[in-house]
Design a protein. Sequence first.
Length: 154
Amino acid sequence: MIRERLHALDFINERFARYFRNGLFNLLRRSADITVESVRYQSFSEFSRNVPVPTNLNIVSMKPLRGSALVVFPPNLVFMVVDNLFGGDGRFVTKSDGREFTNTEQRIIQRLLNLAIDAYQEAWKVVYPLDVSFYVLKCNRSLPTSPTHLMKLW
Protein backbone atom coordinates (compact mmCIF):
# COMPACT_ATOMS: atom_id res chain seq x y z
CA MET A 1 0.00 0.00 0.00
CA ILE A 2 1.22 3.50 -0.76
CA ARG A 3 2.81 5.22 2.23
CA GLU A 4 0.55 8.31 1.89
CA ARG A 5 -2.53 6.12 2.15
CA LEU A 6 -1.21 4.55 5.34
CA HIS A 7 -0.57 8.02 6.77
CA ALA A 8 -4.13 9.00 5.87
CA LEU A 9 -5.45 5.87 7.61
CA ASP A 10 -3.33 6.64 10.69
CA PHE A 11 -4.78 10.17 10.69
CA ILE A 12 -8.32 8.76 10.43
CA ASN A 13 -7.49 6.25 13.17
CA GLU A 14 -6.40 9.04 15.54
CA ARG A 15 -9.53 11.08 14.77
CA PHE A 16 -11.71 7.99 15.33
CA ALA A 17 -10.10 7.37 18.73
CA ARG A 18 -10.79 10.96 19.76
CA TYR A 19 -14.44 10.90 18.63
CA PHE A 20 -15.07 7.43 20.10
CA ARG A 21 -13.47 8.50 23.40
CA ASN A 22 -15.84 11.49 23.52
CA GLY A 23 -18.81 9.24 22.73
CA LEU A 24 -17.82 6.82 25.49
CA PHE A 25 -17.47 9.71 27.93
CA ASN A 26 -21.00 10.86 27.10
CA LEU A 27 -22.31 7.31 27.57
CA LEU A 28 -20.38 6.38 30.72
CA ARG A 29 -19.71 9.81 32.25
CA ARG A 30 -16.12 8.67 32.73
CA SER A 31 -12.94 9.15 30.77
CA ALA A 32 -11.94 6.20 28.62
CA ASP A 33 -8.35 5.31 27.78
CA ILE A 34 -8.06 4.48 24.10
CA THR A 35 -4.72 3.47 22.64
CA VAL A 36 -4.11 4.28 18.98
CA GLU A 37 -2.07 1.68 17.11
CA SER A 38 -0.69 1.76 13.59
CA VAL A 39 -2.65 0.29 10.73
CA ARG A 40 -1.53 -3.26 9.91
CA TYR A 41 -2.54 -6.15 7.69
CA GLN A 42 -3.44 -9.61 8.95
CA SER A 43 -5.14 -12.67 7.48
CA PHE A 44 -8.60 -13.47 8.81
CA SER A 45 -7.46 -16.89 10.05
CA GLU A 46 -4.66 -15.30 12.08
CA PHE A 47 -7.05 -12.67 13.42
CA SER A 48 -9.74 -15.21 14.38
CA ARG A 49 -7.26 -17.40 16.30
CA ASN A 50 -6.78 -14.55 18.78
CA VAL A 51 -10.46 -13.70 19.26
CA PRO A 52 -11.87 -14.75 22.66
CA VAL A 53 -15.32 -16.31 23.04
CA PRO A 54 -17.75 -14.63 23.16
CA THR A 55 -16.74 -11.74 20.95
CA ASN A 56 -19.18 -9.48 19.19
CA LEU A 57 -18.38 -9.16 15.47
CA ASN A 58 -20.32 -6.64 13.38
CA ILE A 59 -20.07 -6.32 9.63
CA VAL A 60 -20.72 -2.80 8.37
CA SER A 61 -20.81 -1.32 4.89
CA MET A 62 -18.90 1.87 4.13
CA LYS A 63 -20.50 3.37 1.05
CA PRO A 64 -19.17 4.38 -1.47
CA LEU A 65 -16.13 2.19 -0.67
CA ARG A 66 -16.21 -1.39 -1.88
CA GLY A 67 -16.36 -4.31 0.49
CA SER A 68 -17.24 -4.21 4.15
CA ALA A 69 -15.60 -3.60 7.52
CA LEU A 70 -15.54 -5.62 10.71
CA VAL A 71 -16.23 -3.85 14.02
CA VAL A 72 -15.14 -6.04 16.95
CA PHE A 73 -16.12 -5.72 20.61
CA PRO A 74 -14.17 -8.18 22.78
CA PRO A 75 -15.82 -9.44 25.97
CA ASN A 76 -13.54 -7.50 28.33
CA LEU A 77 -14.67 -4.21 26.75
CA VAL A 78 -18.34 -5.20 26.85
CA PHE A 79 -18.14 -6.32 30.49
CA MET A 80 -16.26 -3.15 31.47
CA VAL A 81 -18.91 -0.92 29.88
CA VAL A 82 -21.76 -2.94 31.44
CA ASP A 83 -20.12 -2.66 34.86
CA ASN A 84 -19.71 1.12 34.44
CA LEU A 85 -23.30 1.62 33.30
CA PHE A 86 -24.60 -0.25 36.34
CA GLY A 87 -22.58 1.81 38.82
CA GLY A 88 -19.30 -0.08 38.97
CA ASP A 89 -15.84 1.26 38.32
CA GLY A 90 -15.19 -0.91 35.26
CA ARG A 91 -12.74 -3.16 37.04
CA PHE A 92 -15.21 -5.96 37.66
CA VAL A 93 -13.87 -9.06 35.94
CA THR A 94 -16.50 -11.34 34.46
CA LYS A 95 -15.56 -14.81 33.30
CA SER A 96 -17.25 -15.54 30.01
CA ASP A 97 -16.31 -19.23 29.74
CA GLY A 98 -17.63 -19.36 26.19
CA ARG A 99 -21.14 -18.21 27.12
CA GLU A 100 -23.25 -16.02 24.85
CA PHE A 101 -23.82 -12.35 25.59
CA THR A 102 -27.02 -11.67 27.55
CA ASN A 103 -29.84 -9.55 26.10
CA THR A 104 -28.72 -6.62 28.26
CA GLU A 105 -25.12 -6.96 27.06
CA GLN A 106 -26.32 -7.17 23.45
CA ARG A 107 -28.34 -3.97 23.86
CA ILE A 108 -25.28 -2.20 25.26
CA ILE A 109 -23.18 -3.57 22.38
CA GLN A 110 -25.70 -2.00 19.99
CA ARG A 111 -25.17 1.36 21.71
CA LEU A 112 -21.39 0.91 21.42
CA LEU A 113 -21.73 0.04 17.75
CA ASN A 114 -23.79 3.17 17.10
CA LEU A 115 -21.12 5.24 18.87
CA ALA A 116 -18.38 3.58 16.82
CA ILE A 117 -20.22 4.11 13.52
CA ASP A 118 -20.87 7.78 14.29
CA ALA A 119 -17.24 8.31 15.35
CA TYR A 120 -15.92 6.54 12.25
CA GLN A 121 -18.07 8.58 9.88
CA GLU A 122 -16.93 11.77 11.60
CA ALA A 123 -13.27 10.68 11.46
CA TRP A 124 -13.49 10.07 7.71
CA LYS A 125 -15.45 13.26 6.95
CA VAL A 126 -12.42 15.48 6.25
CA VAL A 127 -10.75 12.87 4.01
CA TYR A 128 -13.64 11.23 2.19
CA PRO A 129 -17.26 11.28 3.42
CA LEU A 130 -18.63 7.80 4.09
CA ASP A 131 -22.04 6.40 4.87
CA VAL A 132 -21.29 3.66 7.40
CA SER A 133 -24.23 1.38 8.12
CA PHE A 134 -24.78 -1.82 10.09
CA TYR A 135 -25.00 -4.96 7.95
CA VAL A 136 -24.88 -8.11 10.10
CA LEU A 137 -24.09 -9.18 13.69
CA LYS A 138 -22.13 -12.30 14.64
CA CYS A 139 -21.16 -13.45 18.10
CA ASN A 140 -18.64 -16.04 16.98
CA ARG A 141 -15.67 -16.38 14.67
CA SER A 142 -17.43 -18.13 11.79
CA LEU A 143 -17.70 -15.26 9.37
CA PRO A 144 -18.25 -15.98 5.69
CA THR A 145 -14.76 -15.18 4.44
CA SER A 146 -11.68 -17.00 3.25
CA PRO A 147 -9.11 -17.78 5.99
CA THR A 148 -6.44 -16.17 3.81
CA HIS A 149 -8.50 -13.01 3.25
CA LEU A 150 -6.37 -9.99 4.23
CA MET A 151 -7.84 -7.55 6.71
CA LYS A 152 -6.75 -4.02 7.52
CA LEU A 153 -6.64 -3.57 11.31
CA TRP A 154 -6.78 -0.22 13.04
